[in-house]
Write a protein that binds this ligand. Structure first.
Ligand code: NI
Length: 287
């Protein structure tokens, strides 16, 4: 085996370890994702008993656009393991900028990283973010562990509520810190569902609430990407001023279509992602 091949299989192992850390952390704060995963896997096994796992389309991470922890700082850990930058996306209203990263091996999930553009936020949001990031060490950011490090600063619920009034994204990041915001199942790799609507019906029938902002399915075959997601479940979070139940993470499902080249589209649709971001909205849980 040549040294190139050896380092390639080494980085694949490292990536799988990294994804496992992200997944274990994700299902700890979002046990409904594990229940959904198991349900879909079981159904897949009725069609193909050899199915051992579901394939991820992408994993999404959130951060602030400060140099220490911005997209580049987080993406570096994926670049080191063979990922390259794909598209970039702008969410004017939500004051977000995002990029996706993809691996040469198409079975590897894409990584979608968004960052809050603090210069466009109020002085309050900016000051809270700067205070949070001031307690993050350079040495931690230089390790892959930063990706699932969670909240690295003291937080109180009063500040969370005040952030929420301005930006759901800022409030989520303040409460949960660095971790996967969502995992996304690749619908194309499922054999037991013909249409995304069928999967949505199956989830609803199993008692899971779906995000209906912008319709249950965001995007369409013409845009080469259809996505749906659960609503984030509520989880108890320990704040400095008590324990509060707030929306944590959601689970997403993506179906990709082939473009004119014949290859499956690998990008994201900003307008659809804009609505998907709302899966962690507190308001959608009140309705
Ligand atoms: Ni997503």
């Amino acid at each position: 085996m040549g040294s190139n091949l050896k380092s390639e299989s080494g980085s694949k192992e490292a990536l799988e370890g990294l994804f496992d850390h992200l997944w274990q952390d994700y299902i700890r704060s979002n046990p409904q994702a594990k229940r959904i995963y198991d349900l879909i896997l079981k159904r897949e096994q009725t069609v193909n008993p050899g199915t051992k796992a579901l394939t991820n389309d992408h994993i999404a991470l959130r951060t602030y656009d400060l140099p220490l922890v911005g997209i580049e700082a987080l993406a570096k850990h994926f670049r080191n393991l063979g990922y390259e930058q794909g598209g970039e996306y702008f969410f004017e209203q939500k004051k977000l900028y995002a990029r996706h990263y993809q691996h040469r091996d198409p079975s590897m999930p894409k990584i979608f990283i968004s960052e809050l553009e603090l210069a466009k936020c109020s002085p309050f949001v900016r000051e809270v973010a700067q205070r949070c990031v001031a307690s993050v060490s350079d040495s931690l950011v230089s390790q892959p562990e930063i990706l699932w490090a969670g909240r690295l600063w003291p937080a109180d619920h009063a500040t969370y509520e005040k952030l929420l009034a301005e930006s759901e994204y800022a409030a989520w990041l303040y409460a949960f810190g660095f971790r996967a915001n969502h995992f996304t199942v690749s619908f194309n790799d499922l054999k037991s569902f013909k249409e995304l609507t069928e999967l949505n019906d199956f989830l609803r029938g199993s008692g899971f609430a779906l995000n209906t902002s912008g319709g249950e399915i965001k995007g369409n075959p013409g845009e080469l990407l259809e996505q749906s997601s659960t609503l984030a479940e509520k989880t108890k979070v320990q704040f400095g001023d008590g324990v509060f139940e707030i929306p944590s993470c959601y689970y997403e499902f993506a179906r990709r279509y082939a473009g004119q080249s014949g290859d499956l589209y690998q990008g994201f649709i900003a307008a659809s992602a804009d609505k998907i971001f709302e899966s962690t909205n507190v308001a959608s849980h009140r309705g």
